[in-house]
Design a protein around this ligand. Structure first.
Ligand code: ZN
Length: 292
């Protein structure tokens, strides 16, 4: 027997956490839990997620129709329903607008792998879905190319959605992603990121597998493709208008089979230019050409 009141309370508790973390300003964001094959508990529209009581939580059916609750259900429930329809293993969803991950969403900047261990192990490769007007079925459909290959998606010009079998873990994915994006933005201000050597990235992917997470990159590792170069989701970039601008590709992206490990590279005295140096050279070249 499901304790529906306890589930409603859990939604309120996670609501407090996303509001306290600034992941959902004012009345933004929405949370849901699937309680059986045809019923989903979800947050109400136009209601701050930091101050909900179990009484405020709505119930909808799998078509998004409201079947219980005094407040009107979130307009973004269609996104939640689409995820539940495609994933039998998922029973909890968090959608919000965490500022650092959303910065990547508005910049259309892909989130790099092979930089920090935790995001690589717990999140894996993170896709960015194409933009659509929120609340519509078209918006819900934007996640379809990725929904069964990841448990977290960045929504272009919008926010994030993460999903798991339980709500606490679904929320964790969002928290890990936003902390990671914050670190990336801070590191950029210090001059940029240093990628892990490819072999170390492969070790993290193996750990991800050991922890029981499936990852589309696992297949390409066997084929000796470049796991750091978004082997699985890169093909979606053109349609979503995603482009690497702020963060350059992993150094091995150009030709993974010919790049020596980092330790070897440093003893060979090979030339490494920072992004700023390259920008300066480009600027200087443009000035010289202009002066001619
Ligand atoms: Zn939203």
């Amino acid at each position: 027997m499901i304790d529906i009141e306890a589930k409603k309370q859990l939604i309120c508790d996670i609501g407090k956490r996303i509001y306290a973390k600034d992941f959902a300003a004012a009345n933004e964001g929405n949370i849901s839990i699937r309680i059986d094959q045809n019923r989903v508990l979800c947050t109400p529209t136009r209601h701050c997620k930091g101050f909900m009581t179990p009484d405020d939580i709505c119930t909808v059916d799998m078509s998004g129709q409201q079947i219980d609750g005094k407040l009107k259900r979130t307009s973004e429930v269609l996104l939640h329903i689409e995820i539940y329809k495609h994933r039998d293993d998922i029973n909890s969803i968090v959608h919000c607008h965490p500022p650092h991950a959303t910065a990547f969403a508005v910049a259309h900047e892909p989130i790099p792998n092979c930089v920090l261990p935790e995001p690589d192990i717990f999140l894996g490769e993170i896709p960015i879905s194409a933009y659509e007007t929120p609340g519509s079925q078209n918006f819900a459909d934007t996640i379809l190319p990725f929904v069964d290959r990841t448990n977290i998606i960045v929504l272009a010009n919008h926010g994030t959605v993460s999903y798991e079998s339980d709500l606490e873990t679904a929320y964790w994915l969002t928290e890990i992603l936003d902390a990671y994006c914050r670190i990336l933005i801070l590191a950029k201000q210090l001059g940029g990121i240093k990628y892990l050597p490819l072999q170390k990235g492969r070790e993290l992917l193996a750990m991800r597998k050991d922890w029981g997470f499936s990852d589309p990159r696992s297949e390409s590792v066997d084929a000796k493709e470049n796991i750091a170069d978004f082997a699985s989701f890169k093909s979606s970039w053109t349609q979503s208008e995603i482009e690497q601008t702020a963060f350059a590709s992993h150094p091995s992206a150009a030709n993974p089979s010919q790049v020596p490990p980092a330790s070897e590279a440093s003893t060979q005295g090979s030339l490494h230019l920072s992004e700023q140096s390259i920008e300066l050279i480009a600027q200087r070249t443009a000035e010289i050409l202009r002066d001619k």
